[in-house]
Design a binder for this molecule. Structure first.
Ligand SMILES: NC(=O)c1ccc[n+]([C@@H]2O[C@H](COP(=O)([O-])OP(=O)(O)OC[C@H]3O[C@@H](n4cnc5c(N)ncnc54)[C@H](O)[C@@H]3O)[C@@H](O)[C@H]2O)c1
Length: 221
């Protein structure tokens, strides 16, 4: 059973419907990843059914700008969702996974966590930090047979890039940037990212922990 959560309950429901339509089992839940109590309740409720095998903690925020452009509030918001929310979710999942002596935690970081983006101090700093946290969780819980890996996508054409599109000066400028700066010359498809999530979630990656899996068409090389 997959429990899909999103701040926007309709987006969660659409994903759950897709899973059910292809023969899987899924439910949807509106959930703010920044609401500690709600995250704890949701994880405990899922685990109370019997098992919690996989936690994929994905939400993030991109506040653009250099040091002098980003307000302290923008930095706090970035830290809150890009690092702290993943800490809260993993912390809530861990006792359940320890009890069953297995589990896979996947934290969405970014290839911005393994390179330095120009003009993205809040995003780059928090994505580096969440990879450090992923490795720390991995080393601390490896003996419990609980793995923790970071997913590090490059450009994927989702709503997430609307802010960067504005920063670049519009869609044409963004497309030109992607064509110029990604060695493979294109965006990742959501399917290409999904394959890596399945890999990290499944036993195919059973001896992999503390890894930052970069899927970016060579951008960070
Ligand atoms: N799209 C990219 O190019 C790209 C590249 C690297 C990393 N990422 C990372 O992927 C993650 C999301 O990107 P995406 O491309 O899937 O974006 P998306 O816009 O397609 O989806 C993000 C989802 O998160 C939900 N959300 C936002 N705030 C939330 C909150 N507080 N609680 C719960 N849900 C919330 C939104 O409603 C949305 O459905 C982020 O962590 C981002 O840093 C994206």
């Amino acid at each position: 059973m997959v429990t899909v959560t999103d701040l926007d309950g309709r987006r969660a429901a659409a994903v759950a419907e897709e899973i059910v339509a292809t023969g899987g089992k899924a439910e949807a839940m509106a959930l703010d990843a920044g609401d500690d109590a709600a995250v704890l309740r949701a994880i405990d409720r899922v685990a109370a059914r019997g098992r919690l095998d996989i936690l994929h903690s994905h939400a993030g925020i991109q506040v653009p700008g250099r040091l002098t452009d980003v307000s302290p509030e923008g930095m706090d918001a970035s830290w809150r969702l890009n690092v702290r929310a993943h800490f809260i979710a993993a912390r809530a999942a861990m006792p359940h996974m320890q009890r069953q002596r297995s589990g896979s935690i996947i934290i969405t970081a970014s290839n911005s966590g393994v390179q330095h983006d120009r003009g993205m101090i809040a995003y780059g700093t928090t994505k580096h930090a969440v990879i450090a946290m992923t490795r720390q969780i991995a080393v601390d819980y490896a003996a419990d047979n609980i793995r923790c890996n970071a997913l590090c996508p490059g450009f994927v054409d989702t709503l997430f890039n609307h802010g960067f599109e504005r920063q670049m000066g519009g869609r044409d400028a963004l497309e030109a940037y992607v064509a110029r700066s990604i060695p493979m010359g294109r965006w990742a498809t959501v399917e290409e990212i999904a394959e890596s999530i399945v890999y990290l979630a499944s036993d195919q990656s059973s001896f992999m922990t503390g890894h930052a899996l970069v899927i970016d068409g060579g951008e960070c090389l």
